[in-house]
Design a binder for this molecule. Structure first.
Ligand SMILES: N[C@@H](CCC(=O)N[C@@H](CS)C(=O)NCC(=O)O)C(=O)O
Length: 220
């Protein structure tokens, strides 16, 4: 049985969870507290502390750099999901980098504004400290002030995806590829708090998002 170790709102965890659901295979999810990475540290033999990680029997899979997509490639190969077909190699890489910086970089701020609703009281001090050490003192208050501008910018940065989806059911072709799951993860993080919706003007993106919530691969 496959086990996914995660936080439910993490964009990178949402990608892997949705890929496993898409694969239509049984898997278990372990939610760890934001400030306690001891399980990840132990399972990876002190080589990694981020989430997600995946365990499959004796094999523990985790990313080797910001851009490695090791977990998705492992699941793809194991269940023949065709998420990384050769005809889209290179292009997928360029675009997932945009998603994981330009889209994620706005989405997580908009979600973190509501962190009290997802992080239990006992974990909030260290959560805030972690954010402020990375983004500066008062960053969450700053993002609250910037919220309207962040939303406008996010809609603009999503426009190319809306254009792509006006031509076909998934970003690249007729079936979901890694990019679809990647964008789904970034948007899942943005939408996690329940305070936002996808931009009204992006009607194709909305229809795609609806499909992406449910799609299961059709077995050959
Ligand atoms: N490139 C990695 C990024 C993973 C990542 O940044 N995870 C965050 C949670 S969303 C994390 O655990 N960061 C380390 C930390 O918070 O100390 C992936 O694709 O999985």
């Amino acid at each position: 049985m496959i086990t996914l170790v995660q936080f439910p709102w993490s964009p990178f965890c949402i990608i892997q969870r949705r890929i496993l659901e898409y694969a239509n295979v049984p898997f278990k999810v372990i939610n760890i507290p934001v400030n306690d990475r001891s399980l990840v540290w132990r399972w990876t033999k002190q080589r990694y502390y981020a989430v997600p990680i995946l365990r499959d029997g004796k094999t523990v899979v985790f990313e080797t750099d910001e851009d490695s997509q090791v977990i998705a490639k492992y699941v793809d190969a194991k269940f023949t999901l065709e998420l990384f077909p050769p005809q889209w190699a290179g292009l997928q890489h360029l675009i997932w980098r945009h998603m994981e910086s330009e889209i994620e970089g706005l989405g997580f701020k908009l979600n973190d504004i509501h962190y009290e609703e997802m992080v239990p009281k006992s974990d909030r001090l260290l959560f805030l400290r972690h954010k402020e050490r990375k983004f500066g003192r008062g960053c969450i208050d700053l993002w609250r002030q910037q919220q309207p501008a962040l939303l406008t910018e996010l809609a603009a940065r999503l426009s190319p995806y809306e254009q792509m989806l006006s031509q076909r059911p998934y970003l690249l072709d007729q079936q979901p590829r890694f990019l679809d799951f990647d964008l789904f993860g970034m948007l899942g993080n943005f939408l996690y708090s329940g305070h936002y919706a996808l931009p009204k003007a992006h009607v194709h993106l909305q229809a795609w998002h609806h499909r992406m919530q449910k799609v299961r691969r059709t077995r050959p």
